[in-house]
Design a protein around this ligand. Structure first.
Ligand SMILES: *Cc1c(COP(=O)(O)O)cnc(C)c1O
Length: 810
């Protein structure tokens, strides 16, 4: 079907005509997309079956990666790439007179995640399958993904993301593998021969239906699964005692409340919303996932579950699925008859946890009453875990009340999910070296003292297949011309490019590729915004979620400052610059939304001021998502990674940019630290406070934003313009930004780092003028980006944490 162009074209036309009773000449792009999708599914199905069979027969250990978010983006093109038919299909469609790009654009992004955390999970799935690891994703099939962002009069407006409007071609509903998840009710305790048994009564049952999405390995036969759970009402079940279902309206109420569990993704990044529905989602995912895993385990192994940990690892991606710990305990004890000690032994050898943040507003805590009401048996187990842990601590630290209180799983009426995850897991990892060091020495120091053996680092990564091969095919081809194609299977080989760093011809080729990508992006920008940008200007990009700690505000303040300088001197000698932003703010995050409005307000003035000779432009691209990222990143010259040091656990955007030959302008935060170590001082622009300095300022004080404002004329001018309506806004529009900085003492040190940021920006400007040297730096960045492939990350997880090995499918 995909072996050559002619057979592809024939099969395509046949499939299209059969599927839609439609002739090729009368068809639509969406039908072409669906045709291609179903052809790929057919092609992949054989290997998918083989993989499932192999895993069911083979006794190799498997990992299940539990995550509330999988930010998958589109799958059509990656699937074509991974099965090795991308070129055949592109050429075949062209010969049929069809527009390939237009067909690809029909696919709605699967936006089942907020940002970095969800995208990491998606990259991990790709790297697991591409390296033949038996590893699967476990998530929720939200009916609505992350909201679609519109910018109206400079403000963010959120629209629902109904991504399932056209059937999702990649999923397979498996009703026969449905399981039941139980909420509410109460627990009856009985004693039999001195042994307690627990019976959950009067619960509300929810049917969990799995939808499987094939995860196709690159250039191999492996097809793993991403299992997404959907909540449905239980019909015709004699167990339902909670409501009189003869009453049709009561049934509809029940149905609606059940379906709300998998209705939508919570749109908050790095901030928790203590909503009951969110907790329900978490338990729904965990309970459905573990039940189905255990069902399969029992079909495969006739032995009891006391060796579960030798065959299975359950991964907890951030604390959201931390209920894995008590849920596995519940199943082992209540369903399988394990004692507490036996169950605890198995559970704590099965679960592994990744910490993603040290931001206090992101640390999950749930009120005792909420857990008790929704999951009475689970609460009893958490309570017992806490009791036993505190008893151990008491032996280790007799009399140290405050230390024990600090470590407890339950305190002040709340369950601390991170503590539950640490106590119940055999591995706790941070996502970049600096982040892990901060966990060990500060945030979780006391836990590190108790369980030093659990803590380890796994620096994040990105799949080079999506972010280089697919997003920047011309660059990928040039790399292959230079060093051969082995880097595709082993990205660390990219270091061979360092030999080409000072090669004039390679520099020029890179320059042309970058220029082509910039032209394409300029077209996208013109179509979306109507603003014409200079394709020869420096493309200076900050795309990521909008958050105070990521300091988009520092970027805007610098733009305002630069604009002021240009107004004073329109002949100011600077390289023309295009500042590009993309960012969604959580709908309830007032301050973040104000920053979006500020960027757009500044853009409107700057872009329409004829006196500055088009030297700078400011673009805000709405609805930043994976597909847009794939267009923006290959066109970037400068990668803005300017978080307040210590706040960004790792970042993965930084890695995507580096791999595409953009130079990082950043603080020594997250994985920027490791990027810096790899490329060296000369190939990155570092500025600002160190994490040590930031943490010390938080601990001991000694910073005054007001003083910065009073003593620094340039800062004062910019801040005053916020209040003066300088950009044509009303004088109250940005007063909250002004006061947030001056009255609340600039929590993220925007003013403190302003001067060093401005200086670093001047260095960027100077460096760009020396073309050869700029592309030399870019090549060195690409050459060292192999270390940040998620293939490397996944191999480390596989070896150090999960203990899984590749399984060949043939
Ligand atoms: C990679 C990615 C992110 C994460 O970016 P950071 O700069 O690491 O915060 C967020 N959103 C999308 C769509 C991405 O592709």
């Amino acid at each position: 079907m995909f072996t050559n162009k002619e057979s592809f074209k024939k099969a395509f036309v046949e499939t299209l005509e059969k599927k839609f009773s439609n002739r090729l000449e009368d068809t639509s792009p969406i039908n072409c997309y669906k045709t291609l999708g179903s052809m790929i599914c057919t092609h992949v199905s054989n290997n998918w079956i083989k993989t499932r069979k192999k895993y069911q027969q083979d006794e190799e250990k498997q990992v299940y990666y539990f995550s509330m978010e999988f930010l998958m983006g589109r799958l059509l093109e990656t699937n074509l790439l991974n099965i090795g038919t991308l070129e055949i299909v592109q050429e075949g469609l062209q010969e049929l007179g069809l527009d390939y790009e237009q067909i690809v654009d029909q696919e709605h992004d699967a936006g089942l995640g907020n940002g970095g955390l969800g995208r990491l999970a998606a990259c991990f799935l790709d790297s697991l399958a591409s390296q033949q690891f038996p590893g699967h994703g476990c998530g929720i099939r939200y009916k609505y993904g992350l909201f679609e962002q519109k910018i109206i009069e400079g403000n963010q407006v959120e629209l629902p993301d109904y991504w399932l409007k056209e059937d999702y071609v990649w999923e397979v509903r498996r009703s026969n593998e449905a399981v039941q998840v139980r909420f509410g009710g109460h627990v009856d305790i009985h004693e039999n021969d001195g042994k307690l048994t627990f019976h959950h009564k009067n619960y509300e049952p929810v049917l969990a239906i799995p939808y499987d999405v094939p995860i196709v390995g690159f250039n191999n036969q492996t097809v793993n699964s991403l299992r997404l759970w959907s909540a449905e009402p239980v019909v015709n079940d004699s167990n339902i005692q909670f409501a009189n279902l003869n009453n049709y309206y009561k049934f509809l109420d029940y149905k609606r409340s059940i379906e709300s569990i998998s209705e939508f993704l919570y749109p908050d990044d790095s901030h928790i919303e203590g909503k009951k529905l969110r907790l329900k989602q978490q338990y729904f995912l965990v309970s459905a996932g573990i039940q189905s895993i255990i069902k399969r385990y029992k079909e495969k192994y006739s032995t009891s579950l006391n060796r579960l940990h030798e065959k299975i690892s359950l991964h907890i991606n951030d604390t959201h699925p931390a209920l894995i710990v008590p849920e596995l305990m519940r199943i082992l004890m209540d369903d399988e008859g394990f004692s507490w000690e036996e169950a605890w032994e198995v559970t704590t050898k099965t679960a592994a946890y990744t910490n993603h943040t040290t931001l206090s507003e992101a640390l999950e805590k749930w009120p005792i009453e909420m857990i008790q009401e929704l999951m009475p048996r689970i609460f009893m187990i958490i309570d017992e875990i806490n009791e036993r842990f505190c008893r151990e601590l008491w032996e280790k630290y007799p009399g140290e009340f405050s230390r024990i209180e600090e470590l407890a799983v339950i305190a002040h009426g709340q369950v601390r999910m991170a503590h539950l995850a640490i106590v119940g897991s055999f591995s706790v990892n941070g996502v970049a070296q600096l982040h892990t060091d901060i966990l060990k020495s500060r945030e979780m120091k006391h836990f590190y003292d108790v369980f030093p053996e659990k803590f380890n680092n796994k620096t994040n990564g990105i799949t080079h297949r999506r972010w280089l091969l697919k997003a920047n095919p011309n660059l990928a081809d040039r790399i292959t011309d230079a060093i051969g194609n082995r880097w595709i299977d082993e990205p660390s080989i990219l270091t061979r490019l360092t030999e080409f760093a000072s090669d004039r011809e390679f520099q020029q080729q890179l320059k042309h590729i970058k220029y082509e990508n910039k032209r394409n992006l300029a077209n996208v920008i013109y179509k979306k915004t109507g603003v014409k940008i200079d394709e020869h200007s420096i493309f200076d990009v900050q795309v990521k979620r909008l958050h105070a700690y990521k300091r988009q505000l520092l970027n805007v303040f610098h733009i305002m400052h630069l604009y002021n300088r240009l107004r004073e001197n329109p002949h100011l000698d600077i390289v023309p610059r295009t500042f590009i932003f993309g960012a969604k703010a959580a709908p309830s995050y007032y301050f973040a939304k104000k920053i979006i409005k500020l960027i757009n307000t500044v853009a409107n003035v700057v872009n329409n001021d004829p006196t500055i000779n088009n030297k700078i432009k400011v673009i805000f691209l709405e609805n930043y998502n994976v597909s847009l990222a794939e267009k923006i990143i290959p066109a970037a010259d400068v990668s803005e990674q300017i978080s307040t040091a210590s706040k960004e656990a790792s970042g993965t955007g930084n890695m995507k940019f580096m791999m595409n030959g953009a130079l990082t302008l950043g603080t020594l935060d997250g994985a920027n630290v490791e990027i810096h170590e790899h490329v060296g001082d000369d190939n990155i622009f570092i500025f600002g406070l160190s994490s040590e300095e930031v943490l010390n300022l938080y601990s001991y004080g000694g910073y005054s934003a007001r003083q910065m404002y009073n003593c620094n004329e340039r800062i004062k001018t910019v801040l005053d313009q916020l209040l003066e309506g300088f950009f044509g806004h009303t004088d109250v529009e940005f007063k909250d930004i002004y006061y947030q900085i001056l009255q609340n003492n600039d929590e993220y040190f925007v003013l403190k780092d302003f001067d060093s940021y401005t200086k670093a920006q001047e260095h960027v400007d100077l460096a760009y003028r020396n073309e050869n040297s700029w592309y030399e730096k870019a090549i060195i960045n690409i050459a060292h980006s192999g270390n940040f492939s998620s293939d490397r990350t996944i191999r480390e997880y596989a070896e150090d944490i999960w203990g899984i090995h590749p399984v060949k499918i043939d």
